[in-house]
Each structure stands twice: as C-alpha cells, then as structure tokens.
Write a protein that binds this ligand. Sequence first.
Ligand SMILES: CC(=O)SCCNC(=O)CCNC(=O)[C@H](O)C(C)(C)COP(=O)(O)OP(=O)(O)OC[C@H]1O[C@@H](n2cnc3c(N)ncnc32)[C@H](O)[C@@H]1OP(=O)(O)O
Ligand SMILES: O=C([O-])CC(=O)C(=O)O
Length: 442
Amino acid sequence: MLSSLLRTPFATMHKRLVDLLPETRDRLAKIRRGHGNKVLGPITVEQIIGGMRGIKGLLTQTSRLDAFKGIKFRGLSLPECQIRLPSVRREPIPEAMFYLLITGEVPSNDEAEDLKKDIAERAQTFPNYVEKIVNSLSKDLHPMSQLSIGVLALQNESEFAQAIRRGEKRGNLWQSALEDSLNLISRIPKLAAMIYVNKYRDGKLGEIRENADLSENFCRMMGYHDEKFWELMRLYLTIHCDHEGGNVSAHTTHLVGSALSDPYLSYSAGLNGLAGPLHGLANQECLRFILGMKEAIGESPSEIDIEKYLKDTLAKGFVIPGYGHAVLRVTDPRFVCQMEFAQRYMPNDVLCKLVASLYKVAPRVLKDLGKVSNPYPNVDAHSGALLTHFGMTEYDFYTVLFGVSRAIGVCASFVWSRALALPIIRPASVTMENLEEFVRKT
Ligand SMILES: CC(=O)SCCNC(=O)CCNC(=O)[C@H](O)C(C)(C)COP(=O)(O)OP(=O)(O)OC[C@H]1O[C@@H](n2cnc3c(N)ncnc32)[C@H](O)[C@@H]1OP(=O)(O)O
Ligand SMILES: O=C([O-])CC(=O)C(=O)O
C-alpha cells in the first residue's frame, strides 16, 4: 500500500489519472496498431553527426516546443499559463504547473490549494540521514554536484524501487512513480535550501509555513522574506520546469527511467546534464558575463562599446552565454516574461538595464558571424540579473534553482512514461566506416 494513498490531494490526482489512463492508453495503442509503419521523417547523415537535431524520436506528453512560438505546456503558452493557472499574485504557483503537466488540465483553486498543502506537508518529512550527508559535503563542492548527491541519497526512500523489487506489474508502476515524484518535488526545495545556507549563509534553514506555496517556502528556507522575491521564484520555477523531451536534462531523465531506474536515480542523472555550460549552467555564466561586461565598460555603455566587448569575447573563443538555442529560432518567450517582470517590478535596476542593452546589440553581432542558427536570447540570459536584484548574488547556485524547477517537468513525464508502459530506449548507432560505406553507395 502506498504510504500516502489516503492523503486527499494525492487521492484526487491519483483518481484523475486513473480516469484518464484507459483512454490515453487506448489512443496510443490505436496509433501504434494502425499506423506503426508510417514514416514521420527522414534521418540525414548531418543529423547523425549533428546531435540528432530535428529528429522526432521521443514521446513526451507534458509540453511541446515550437521553434518560432516557444514552449507550450499541455497546449498553453506561458502568457496563457500566467492568466489561467492559480496564483498568489500574478505568476502561477509551481504546484499548479505540476497539476497541469500531470493531468493536462488547469486545476481549480481548490485542487491547487490541496496539492499545495500536500506538498508543504511532505516537505516536513525530510530524512535525517540525507541531512547528515548533505551537511557533511565540502563547501567547495559545486552546488549542482551537492544537489545530485543529495537526490541520490534520497533514493533510499523510493517507493518505485520497492515496487520493482516486489515484482509489481509494469502497468501499475506509474502509481509509485507518482508517489516518488510528489515526495521528490516536495523535498527538493529543502535540499537546495540546505545547500544554499551551508555554502553561503550560517547553515540555518528558515521555517516553512503549512499554508504557503512551494515558492514561498523555498525562499523562506533560504532566508528570503520579500514577497516580490517569492513572486520572482514562482516565475522562475514555472518557466524553467519543462521544455519538451529532447533537451539534455529531460532526455537523460527519460532515458535512465526507461531502464526502470526510479525517479530519484533518473532525475539525478538529468541534473548532471543540466550542470553542463551549454545547458543549465549557462544560467550562472550569464550573470558572470554581465558583471564582467559592467566591470569592463561601465553601467550604461553605448551600443558601440557593447559591440566591441562582444566581438572581443568571441575573438577569445568564448560563446555569448544566454544566446542561441538548439531548437528556438526567435527570442525565447521565457526571456520575454522575465523582461516584463523586470519592467514591472524593477524598471531602474542597473543589471536588468544592461541585459536589455545587450539584447539590442548581441543578436546583430551573432548574426554577423554567419554560423549561429539562433542569435536571440534564451531563458538563461535574464534570470541572474533578476535574482541579483533581491540579493541572491551567488551565481554558482543558480543552476540549482533550475534543477528544482526541472524536477516538476521531468517527474510529470516520468509518471506518464510508466503509465504508458514505454519500453527501454535503445536507438542504434553507426560507425564512421558505416557512414563512409553508405556515402560510397549513394
Ligand atoms: C536552458 C538551456 O539549455 S538554453 C541554452 C543555454 N546555453 C547557452 O546559452 C550557451 C550559449 N549558446 C550555445 O552554446 C549554443 O547556442 C547552444 C548550445 C545553446 C545551441 O547549440 P547549437 O544548436 O549547436 O547552435 P548552432 O547551430 O547555432 O551552432 C553553430 C555555431 O554557432 C556557435 N554559436 C551558437 N551560439 C553561440 C553563442 N551564444 N555565442 C557564440 N557562438 C555561438 C556554435 O558554437 C557553433 O560554432 P562552431 O560551428 O564553430 O562550433
Ligand atoms: O530545449 C533545450 O534544448 C534547452 C532548454 O531551453 C531547456 O531545456 O529549457
């Protein structure tokens, strides 16, 4: 028996999935049975060498990325989520986003409220032994490595792993996946906050409130008591949560999960991908870049100064962090949301103004290189300036915030992957000799 089956919110979400499952499984079975042989697209040699760009090779229920319109969560764009999902002020609460990703439905205020309480309650049950492990880690260890270790330590709690051990039917595994996901999403903020206060503060966690949302409680634990910061964190945690299935963190989590590794093992693996500078670590690199630029050319540089600074950076062989994307071909709508937040709450902030000035120049400079597929800013280009405004200046922690958010999306996908009993992922690879032989024959 799952430990929290009797909790009302879990029971509500569980019941909704039970209702949705037969129809969804049936839809997938029909597609497979009737159309399994149909060809969705070719695979070119360039795609094999070039990181599989554009190959549609994954089934992901929770979100879909359009190169020109950006991300849609269960069919809703970011502005639509801001309008429709339950919020405290304007930005959706993270719990509402999880409900949407899991069920495909906008939760009512009551449903979101129930889930909020459930998550706050679960957050109180953080295992002592994990606290000891995290507190024993060297303060020099990068916060992302600490986060990944902490998640692996939490794995001892996995109900999914127990279900596997007792030989649970594959078709039922989604239930323990949901239970683990709720525990993981509830505990990750505390784990991240422990890493924060240990590394940058006096090691003491702030108190959490039973009636607060995940964002407020996360901020309180880290020692932030400004309501606007809680609202920024709501924005941060909802916009970073999911970006369809092919990004490195979601893809890795999905791949590892396909071996029936539990949600903790799978998400920890995803975090290690998120920690790469071309993916989530760009978060910290962006602020480092903006601060370096401010130091070199001042608080209100001219466009000519910025252009020269960018060209010098590129000439040294560095990328411009926060610019470019493997799929997007326009300014990331997640960047736009953050710019709007800055205009609403901190129109005179020096760093946010620098981010805006950079946005006027960088696309032109990158376009002139002639090789950059997308010269526009992505989600990472703005967040550091916003966080710094509220005093969170420790930029090597930023990717941890990204990780806290990404748990919401990858866990929702994990539950669906098990609910649809998706098989182990095992694409074929070719050698260079295979490619040469192919090229000779064509
Ligand atoms: C949450 C996220 O993960 S969003 C992405 C966060 N990452 C960053 O912001 C890091 C900076 N950006 C980049 O490195 C890239 O744009 C990526 C990794 C995001 C996308 O990579 P790709 O799809 O391979 O990009 P693209 O097809 O445009 O690459 C072509 C060339 O342009 C270069 N390029 C792409 N973006 C940039 C950039 N921001 N600055 C300088 N050069 C760039 C690439 O390095 C590559 O050069 P090369 O052929 O000499 O190796
Ligand atoms: O989609 C991607 O490849 C990277 C990204 O923006 C994300 O994962 O949020």
